[in-house]
Design a protein around this ligand. Structure first.
Ligand SMILES: [Zn+2]
Ligand SMILES: [Zn+2]
Length: 294
């Protein structure tokens, strides 16, 4: 019996691990499909706007832009997941341990500065930033570039989707700000379950809502991480109010995005070697927390 429970538990844990990735993929694909539909079929929606009807070339350009962003999101996400930021397979010269090195009792090894143990990944991660619950993997030294690029294209894509979906809001609110239209925008699920709206109206309202909420969330994440990159800080160092490894704005960007930082965010295939090794870092400030009360 206990074996059965253990098996069910391990399967549930596995399912929970992949659930955020599956939900995110379904959302990204649904939003892209809906926006493509708006561009191809519904632009423009009103008959009296026919004179401003989008040309084939204009529609093709829109679709190209959408799939460029989608390609960047999925490719960066894939490379993020495939690039392990952990210490596995990395030669850590334990004889040269110095300032900032620690001993990890779980991994049973000395670990370099900025490296810390992740209890979800069950391994120490080089220049660990945080464990990303949406991807189920840590953000660290080697995969930070893909994380930031993915976040940037998600932000750009959602901004585009919000603009395109503005028409959905306009169409719904054109009937007047009634209880029905407000409920459809605020709680589309309840309106669908109670049979107040068609599945099509629900789908448009739900995706339009998801775009707005998703855009606000991703924008907050993106700007927070761009700020950290410019300051040469990890989320952990930000929490503990320390900034001992900042090398100046340009060098900090290079530390995260690599030598071709000005180009590499455009496409994950552009090689951009990182200047450091994730083990040795130049200390430029105090390793102790900054006392902000002084
Ligand atoms: Zn460890
Ligand atoms: Zn982790």
């Amino acid at each position: 019996m206990s074996g059965f429970v253990r098996r069910v538990r391990s399967r549930l844990e596995k399912a929970c691990h992949y659930l955020p990735i599956v939900v995110n993929t379904v959302l990204v694909m649904s939003i892209t499909g809906e926006v493509s539909y708006l561009v191809v079929v519904e632009a423009p929606r009103e008959a009296e706007q026919k004179e401003s009807e989008w040309s084939g070339v204009w529609k093709a350009l829109h679709l190209l832009l959408q799939y460029f962003m989608l390609g960047n999101i999925t490719w960066n996400a894939m490379l993020f997941l495939r690039t392990s930021p952990s210490i596995r397979g990395v030669f850590l010269d334990g004889d040269n341990v110095g300032q900032g090195w620690r001993y990890c009792y779980t991994c049973e090894t000395h670990t370099p500065p900025r490296c810390s143990h992740c209890f979800d990944c069950n391994v120490c991660v080089l220049r660990r930033d945080h464990h990303c619950v949406f991807f189920g993997q840590c953000v660290g030294f080697r995969n930070y570039r893909y994380f930031l690029s993915c976040l940037f294209f998600m932000w750009a894509g959602l901004l585009y989707a919000v603009v395109m979906n503005a028409e959905v809001f306009i169409v719904i609110l054109k009937e007047g700000v009634t209880l029905h239209s407000v409920m459809l925008l605020m709680v589309p699920w309840i309106m669908l379950v109670s049979g107040q709206v068609t599945a099509g109206a629900f789908a448009f309202a739900f995706i339009a809502d998801t775009c707005v909420v998703g855009f606000l969330l991703v924008a907050a994440f993106l700007f927070f991480h761009v700020g950290l990159m410019l300051r040469g800080q990890t989320t952990r160092e930000w929490y503990s109010n320390r900034r001992p490894y900042s090398l100046g704005v340009l060098a900090n960007i290079r530390e995260c995005l690599g030598q071709r930082w000005y180009l590499c965010w455009l496409c994950p295939l552009i090689a951009s070697p990182l200047p450091g090794d994730g083990i040795h870092f130049q200390v430029t400030g105090s390793l102790e927390p900054i006392d902000s009360s002084r």
